[in-house]
Design a protein around this ligand. Structure first.
Ligand code: AHR
Length: 509
């Protein structure tokens, strides 16, 4: 019990848009130890693997029901030539990964390996094609290679490489960050390129592509406007068969400067609150990109995809700067919980989100030790797991009956309690975060239009915001049962200790 009580109403019988499971999407780039050493160790590894893919990583991710995996980049996508990554491994050409550490890339993980990984994970592939340094023919051939049945030049090549049947690929990215590493284009230039590339990414047979245009950097609303306008003027973009079914944008939580982003584990309370303000900003970004899209597409035919998000810290001391390897604390978990509440509120327009990145890079789910190969699940992993019940669930509006508790952070205001809810298959899931570093809060949920029985609650917290998991202490930050939920006359009272993430689940009675 605490003196800070937050009253909120949930109408259990009034559902909003469905929360696509693809808001819980992932991203794996040829960057640092994400693919090599993370997902892929090669067939000769001593670690249990299937075709070189680490089975412990697969098992951990299967437990998250990861819906999709974006690959091969990122910036890498726009210098990747897919034909270098097929055929016998010994004959695959070596290239230099100029974006990430200037290391040699032997192309041993290519199209077949990626599709095998997706099959093992039970995840849909999301392939980012090369617009920046590739050709329309190259991209068009890749789609044919992957998705065409029957007989054709690319089908024959695929079969010669051991795959008889086509794969199913829905999500197709038309380049990445075209305003930067993807070609340094203007919005006008890119819109023309997206139209050209998107046109020749054909639907083969009944494989229907969902083409995702490379969108804005954070608050570049003009980029979104240009793309929507040019696509609309062409008169065909908004049809399911048009060249663009969605457009993306990228936003990273970086409380420091680009040169000094801040330390992943050595931070103080002020740094923490600054981080939370930056994370909460994603709400304004999605609202404003959506508002621009609404002007051109009021029927919401075009989806918005935040296909890169997450915290970005200075790399761990002693690691290669180009490998973007960082630790992950309770702070990162709270950033993730906050993002998901925002995503759920925008489920009507936001069709996909991909955390950057799944293994060993930026805000990862999994860290693997380069020497011992030990695998550690991060605090962020646990938020994804605790929120699984929201996948494809109908969103439920949460209406606070009073101003949410807030604190001043510099010139900003941060609401320190965040909530979202959904229902699916006769069950209700409520996610609650207390972002206050020191002060507990109670949320009094007034549940109307139904009741909830067999309530189970779990909590993710730790003594310190800086706590994190290591091979020696793999469960320093891990979920446990939470006994802080009590029934009230009108619903539930949920106790939230300082800096905690809580989920409450129950059966609709
Ligand atoms: O995720 C790391 C990089 O961040 C990606 O390659 C790029 O798209 C973004 O700038």
């Amino acid at each position: 019990m605490t003196d800070l009580v937050v009253p909120a109403v949930i109408n259990l019988d009034v559902t909003g848009p469905v929360i696509s499971r693809h808001l819980y999407g992932h991203f794996a780039e040829h960057l640092g130890r994400c693919i090599y050493g993370g997902f892929y160790v090669g067939e000769d590894s001593d670690l249990p693997n299937e075709g070189g893919i680490r089975l412990d990583v697969v098992a951990a991710l299967r437990a998250l029901d990861i819906p999709n995996l974006r690959w091969p980049g990122g910036c890498f996508a726009d210098e990747y030539h897919w034909m270098d990554g097929i055929g016998p491994k010994s004959e695959r050409p070596v290239m230099v990964n100029t974006h990430w550490g200037n290391v040699e890339e032997n192309n041993h993980f290519g199209t077949h390996e990626f599709m095998a990984l997706c099959e093992l994970l039970g995840a849909e592939p999301y392939i980012s094609g090369n617009v920046g340094s590739g050709t329309v023919k190259e991209m068009s051939d890749w789609v044919e290679y992957l998705t065409r049945a029957g007989d054709s030049p690319m089908v024959r090549l695929r079969k010669a490489n051991g795959r008889e049947e086509p794969w199913r690929v829905r999500f197709w990215g038309l380049g990445n960050e075209a305003w930067g590493c993807g070609g340094n284009m203007s919005a006008q230039q890119y819109a023309a390129e997206a139209r050209r590339f998107g046109t020749y990414c054909r639907d083969h047979g009944d494989n229907k592509l969902y083409r995702i245009a490379a969108g804005a950097n954070a608050a570049d609303y003009a980029w979104t406007e240009t793309l929507m306008k040019q696509a609309g003027e062409l008169g065909c973009a908004y049809r399911p068969t048009g060249f663009m079914q969605a457009l993306s944008f990228h936003y990273y939580t970086i409380p420091g400067t680009w040169q000094d982003k801040g330390d992943a584990t050595a931070f103080d309370t002020d740094d923490y609150y600054r981080t939370m303000v930056k994370a909460a900003y994603v709400d304004e970004l999605i609202s404003r990109h959506s508002a621009v899209m609404d002007c051109y597409d009021p029927g919401r035919t075009v989806g918005l995809a935040l296909d890169e998000w997450g915290t970005w810290w200075n790399v761990e001391p002693g690691t290669e700067p180009g490998f973007l390897h960082q630790q992950n604390t309770l702070r990162d978990a709270l950033v993730a919980g906050l993002h998901f509440d925002v995503f759920h509120r925008h489920a009507g327009r936001l069709v996909m989100a991909n955390i950057a990145q799944t293994v060993n890079v930026l805000q990862a789910m999994i860290l693997t030790d380069p020497d011992t190969q030990a695998l550690v699940l991060t605090p962020t992993y646990h938020v994804f797991e605790m929120n699984k019940g929201h996948h494809d669930a109908a969103s439920l509006r949460v209406d606070p009956l009073a101003e949410l508790p807030a604190r001043r952070v510099g010139t900003d205001t941060l609401a320190t309690v965040s909530l979202s809810a959904s229902r699916k298959d006769g069950r209700v899931l409520v996610s609650l975060s207390n972002l206050d570093a020191d002060r507990p809060a109670d949320v009094e949920l007034d549940l109307r239009g139904g009741a909830v029985a067999d309530v189970r609650a779990r909590i993710l917290t730790a003594a310190k915001l800086q706590d994190h998991n290591t091979p020696d202490r793999p469960d320093a930050v891990a979920p446990r049962a939470h006994d802080g939920v009590t029934a009230t006359a009108s619903g539930l009272r949920v106790h939230l200790p300082a800096h905690s993430f809580v989920t409450v689940e129950g059966r609709l009675a």
